[in-house]
Structures are given as C-alpha cells and as structure tokens.
Design a protein around this ligand. Structure first.
Ligand code: F6P
Length: 361
C-alpha cells in the first residue's frame, strides 16, 4: 500500500522509549516511502482539537535516548469522553466525529497510536468508525494483554531497582525498615520485578493481598538478624479483606482513578506494631522519566518498524506485540478489555518465594 501521509500520536502517561518509536516509524517512512509524517500534539486531544505539526528528518534525529515524547501526551483526551469547559464546570462530550474530520482533513493513510490500554481501546473504536489505525503497546505498568512486554517497563523497573539498591545501604546503616512504593496501577509487575532484582525482603503486589501479621512477623524476625528490611510495595497492593488506596478521582482522565498511599500506610503500621523505625519513599514519576534502557530502545525500535511494515501491507486495527522474542501483530481487540496481571503461579513469584522473600501471604 502506498503511504503518502502518516500520523503518529502518543497517548496516556509517558514512558521511556516513546521517542525511539516515533523515530523508528518516521525515519523509514520518510526515507523509504517518501511519506509526509504528521505528529499529532498531546495525544488524542490533538486529534480532537486539530493540533499537529509535520515532522522533519531533523525532528527525529538524536532522540532515541530521550525520555518523554517530542509530541506531548495527555491522559485527558478520550474523544468518546472528552472533557470540555473549565475545572469548575466540566462537561463530558463525544468528540469522536472531530477526530474523524481531522483525520480526513490531514489526508492520513494511517494513524499510529502509541499508548497503553486506554489509548488502544480508543484506537479500536476509531477503527470501527473507518480509520486505519495501528497500535504500539507502551506502558511502564506492563499490564497490556496480547503482548509479552510493553516498552517502558524495563526502564521503570531499572529505576526502581536502583532506588532499592540505594535504600538498602541507608536502611542497613540505620537498622531501619524502608518501604518503597512503586507505580503499576492494578498490576504488580514493576514491584515484583524490581523487588526480585533489588533483593527486597518483602514484596507486596495487588495480585496477592497481604496479611498484616505476616508483614510484622517478617520485619520482627529480620530486626533480630540482618537488622534492616527493604519492602517494595506496588501502589495497587492491598491487605487481605481491605481495599486499594485511591489518591484522587478526576473524571477528566481517561482512567479517572489515581492510586497512591499504601507505602505510607505500610510504613506507619509497621512502626506502630513492631516498634522498628521505618521510613517510606514514594518513587512516583521518577520511574517514568529519563532515558530508556538499551532493551527498551531496541524493543521500541522493533515495534515502530513492525508497525510501519504492517501499514505498508495494509494491515490495520492491529497492535504490534512481542511474543516469545518475536515482534508480530495481533488484532487490537485482543489487546484491550482485560489487564494483564502477574499470574500468582508465575515463575517470578516462585523464585521470589524460593529465595525467602515474603510476599505477604
Ligand atoms: O500508567 C502509568 C502510570 O504511571 C501508573 O503506573 C500510575 O498509576 C499512573 O500512570 C499515574 O498517572 P499520572 O501521571 O496521571 O499521575
């Protein structure tokens, strides 16, 4: 298929590797297809409001190692649930027709949607309305179905692992407990991966509701031996019989729920119940910023190249996917709808237990 004009958008929360994907679509599109590459500004918000700019070869040079996204992104731009008005008077409207109109005005042959589940759900709906769309799976959370991995996850996990390494030296020096709260929404991939890599003594993830008594027992036991404990807790972790902690509900967002606060709670309860001095670090957006790891740069580049190849073959309503180390395409509908959570019988859970890590159960 002839590709004359292609559009690229980055949607939802940013993560390391977005620029590497933009580059790996834009460079060959310009070089080999002689295509014009239109960057949509701030995700779907730009498709609704008509914000875009044509990318030049210079725009996509020297960006493979840059975090963030040169196009900007937004998690408040769902065209089917689009917030209008000011913060005191928010109206939610269906602005999807504006997206269709802008796609046609821009004379796009394909729109590449780089994002997580929210972005890909919207992409699939737009495809149902006649647009040619190809998704590329991004998220630090790694919670997207139909791919073994999303790009961005490895970088976030590396940052969280480094944080655990740093916390370990200070925890050990002061004979303290230190709790690190990671992101990840309802999935424990970041906390589990970093926790295993960083040798955490306790790892708490949403998929395994934890017992307070088990946590206190482990801390007390370690306070008599190693004299310090490192706890890696996912923001979505919850105690048995308890609820996930919600920090904020913002109905303008594609996902209105913002999680957070479990790290503080775990630290406070440990200090209250065991008497062991405890501190907490909430890693927050540090784990989303900065340069992608080499692994994420390569995965992002492979995804971008495969997406362009799919477009040239006229294959739409699909998403690139990593499957057993091969990059393939899968129907977008297979990637959305459920979140990919950590299987409680997975090998990583097994090895964490094998080396004596307490998973709170
Ligand atoms: O989905 C990525 C993510 O970083 C989650 O891990 C986290 O819960 C959320 O986004 C934070 O969103 P925001 O950047 O809007 O605070």
């Amino acid at each position: 298929m002839k590709l004359n004009r292609i559009g690229i958008l980055t949607g939802g929360g940013d993560c390391p590797g977005l620029n590497a994907v933009i580059r790996s679509i834009a460079k060959p599109a310009m070089r080999h297809f002689n295509a014009r590459v239109i960057g949509i500004i701030d995700g779907y918000e730009g498709m609704v409001e008509g914000k875009h700019r044509e990318l030049t070869p210079l725009d996509v040079t020297g960006i493979i190692n840059q975090g963030g996204t040169i196009l900007g992104t937004s998690n408040k731009g769902d065209p089917f649930h689009f917030p209008m008005g000011d913060r005191n008077n928010v109206r939610i409207v269906d602005a999807s027709q504006q997206v269709i109109d802008h796609y046609r005005d821009l004379k796009l042959d394909v729109l590449f949607t780089i994002g997580g589940d929210g972005t890909q759900i919207i992409a699939h709906k737009l495809s149902g309305m006649g647009l040619c769309v190809i998704g590329i799976p991004k998220t630090i959370d790694n919670d997207l179905e139909a791919t073994d991995l999303t790009f961005g996850h490895d970088s976030a996990r590396a940052v969280a692992t480094e944080a655990l390494d740093r916390l370990q030296t200070t925890a050990s020096a002061h004979h303290r407990v230190i709790v690190l709260e990671t992101m990840g929404r309802y999935a424990g991939w970041i906390a589990l991966g970093a926790g295993v890599a960083g040798g955490s003594d306790i790892i708490l993830i949403p998929e395994i509701p934890f017992s307070w008594d088990k946590v206190f027992e482990t801390v007390l036991m370690r306070s008599r031996g190693a004299k310090f404990s490192i706890i890696c807790v996912a923001e979505g972790a919850k105690p048995q019989g308890g609820d996930i902690l919600v920090k904020e509900i913002d109905k303008k967002r594609t996902d209105p729920v913002r999680l957070g606060g479990i790290g503080e709670l775990v630290a406070k309860r440990i200090e209250d119940e065991t008497g062991v001095e405890t501190r907490v670090t909430v890693l927050g957006h540090v784990q989303r910023g900065g340069s992608p790891t080499a692994f994420d740069r390569i995965l992002a580049t492979r995804f971008g190249a495969a997406a362009l190849q799919a477009a040239s073959a006229g294959e739409f309503d699909v998403m690139t996917s990593l499957q057993r180390n091969d990059v393939v395409t899968v129907p977008l509908k297979d990637a959305i709808g459920h979140q990919r959570l950590v299987p409680v019988d997975s090998q990583l859970v097994f090895v964490a237990r094998a080396v004596g890590t307490c998973l709170g159960d």
